[in-house]
Write a protein that binds this ligand. Structure first.
Ligand SMILES: Nc1nc2c(c(=O)[nH]1)N[C@H]1C(S)=C(S)[C@@H](COP(=O)(O)O)O[C@H]1N2
Ligand SMILES: [Mo]
Length: 522
């Protein structure tokens, strides 16, 4: 038998091992993120490439995806996005490393493309200055340099094969890569500290007690039927539903905040936080509702809002006749159009709110100040972190959700919901107590009825009406024979309108239909 010749030893040194190539890709990625975040600390938090790309993904996601995420993930959608984006970036970085096991170029091109995406995302933003481009640009350059530098270190170009160094050990490369990662981490933390995220909490703590000069009257004892299974009349701040498009909750300190009222007005007005804080404050219970709320959904909550009458502020500016919309802008770039006649209606009770349930507005709910307008869905009324109110014609400005096909006119629809029992609950056959809530903001609820299957409608007991801008709780006892049966609710408002059974999607102006739950009675 012939002897098998020993295989020719491959030129191993000329190719990076998989782990080392991966490490180089990852080191370049963390460098970009760390350096970008550090510089963003100086030029504006939203210039951080990771933040900007995440916001870019939100802004350019197909509309149904955004609505789906809002409904199924709620505010956890940002965490899911954060993790998803991180995974995609890591995959890109690993791929960049793998493409560069011999020469750095292919990997550098890929890293460069990611960097350009960061630059583009920051470039698109309207809430940061031109200087903000420094963050993604320096991040891009730094990551390319680190990629090239580590690559050259791990795989020194051999001019003279015979004299070529052995190259560093894998351990040495790992140590260097880990050093880069640690440095990037420190840079990111420094950026976070410098940009002062978290300052808003300190500013909020310094506001002190907000004492309304016109306090809302105490709630009647029967404002809710919590013991019978309705929600509490006032939603605690921590449970109040939340909808925001911004990737990170905007951090605004009172001393940095101001509100400008301009456009079709006689006098442009700019108000500071102190200007608002020192006016006589009013307090009003208002039930807010999100247009994305499905029939039976929970994107509805009630709070005692403290603030000033919006009309008083608008009167100071003197809004002109031809104004059609109040176009509000938030620090995060979110925009919102309210029909001008609603914003200006002295009977509406629209507020610039600075407090909620006895405290300054929570940061997530718009600290230092937000708009709250009874009777309109939040996307056309309730701008959080609001800094600008411009009066304009409809065709001169298009706000965030209107651009995405939602309606200009969006009064909250008269609706009702069964809270107890929950769907598919097992109950004892016979008398079953059902309870829930109904709302017809700015009109008021007149009547709530329930029925079992297609049986006769039966009137429910209503809680005391606190005001026309809030929900009302109800309860009833119905007869449920054994087997599977559905219980349905419908409300009639004080204009005499009975909520339609016509099923409509939330798009474009709010869901409609009767809420039913299916029960298993034994
Ligand atoms: N800046 C800003 N304001 C905003 C939004 C937003 O995404 N960003 N969402 C609006 C929508 S759609 C609703 S329903 C309400 C929700 O207010 P909340 O989060 O305090 O419940 O805020 C409105 N104001
Ligand atoms: Mo909303």
């Amino acid at each position: 038998m012939k002897e098998i010749p020993a295989p020719v030893k491959p030129p191993e040194r000329r190719r990076l091992s998989l782990p080392v190539a991966t490490l180089i890709g990852l080191a370049a990625l963390v460098t970009a993120l760390g350096v970008g975040h550090l510089i963003a600390g100086f030029v504006g938090y939203n210039a951080s490439p990771f933040v900007a790309v995440a916001d870019f993904v939100i802004a350019h996601s197909p509309h149904p995806v955004v609505v789906w995420a809002e409904q199924t993930l709620g505010t956890a959608d940002k965490t899911v996005l954060k993790i998803g984006l991180a995974v995609v970036l890591v995959l890109f970085a690993v791929l960049a490393g793998q493409l560069s096991r011999r020469k750095p170029l292919a990997g550098q091109v890929l890293v460069g493309l990611l960097g350009i995406a960061g630059v583009a995302a920051v470039y698109e933003r309207t809430d940061v200055g031109q200087l903000a481009l420094l963050a993604p640009v320096v991040a891009l350059v730094a990551s390319l340099l680190v990629f090239g530098w580590l690559h050259r270190y791990a795989l020194p170009p051999a001019f003279d094969e015979s004299r070529a160094p052995e190259g560093p050990t894998r351990r040495q490369v790992l140590v260097r890569g880990a050093g880069v990662a640690a440095g990037a981490g420190v840079a990111a933390i420094a950026g976070q500290v410098i940009s002062g995220a978290g300052d808003a909490e300190a500013s909020r703590a310094a506001v002190g007690p907000l004492i309304p000069s016109r306090k809302a009257p105490p709630l009647p004892a029967d404002a809710d039927f919590q013991k019978l299974g309705s929600p509490p009349f006032i939603t605690p701040n921590a449970d109040f539903y939340r909808i925001d498009t911004a990737f990170v909750v905007p951090q605004v300190r009172t001393e940095d905040w101001s509100l400008k009222i301009h456009g079709l007005v006689d006098r442009e007005v700019t108000l500071s936080y102190a200007d608002i804080r020192t006016r006589p404050l009013v307090e009003r219970e208002i039930t807010m509702t999100c247009v994305s709320n499905e029939v039976g959904g929970d994107l509805i909550s009630t709070a005692k809002f403290i603030g000033v009458d919006l009309v008083d502020l608008l009167d100071r500016a003197g809004v002109r006749q031809g104004a059609e919309q109040m176009y509000a802008t938030s620090v995060d770039g979110f925009t919102c159009s309210t029909p001008a006649n609603v914003a200006l209606d002295p009977k509406r009770g629209a507020m610039l709110a600075i407090g909620m349930n006895g405290e300054p507005l929570p940061v997530e709910h718009g600290f230092p100040a937000r708009v709250v307008i009874p009777g309109l869905y939040g996307y056309v009324s309730a701008t959080k972190w609001v800094t600008d109110l411009e009066f304009a014609k409809w065709d001169s400005r298009q706000s965030y959700w209107l651009e995405r096909g939602w309606a200009e006119q969006a009064p909250i629809k008269t609706e009702s919901r069964i809270d107890t029992p929950s769907g598919f609950a097992s109950v004892t056959a016979g008398k079953v107590r059902v309870a829930g809530t109904a709302w017809a903001q700015h009109i008021g609820i007149a009547k709530v009825e329930v029925r079992v299957d297609q049986g006769p409608w039966q009137q429910a007991m209503l809680s005391a009406q606190v005001n026309k801008d809030t929900w009302r709780m109800w309860w009833a006892e119905v007869d449920v024979p054994s087997g599977t049966h559905s219980v349905t609710v419908r409300a009639t408002d004080q204009s005499g309108y009975t909520q339609t059974d016509q099923i409509a999607d939330p798009v474009p102006n709010g869901a409609s239909g009767w809420h039913s739950v299916s029960l298993n009675a034994h």
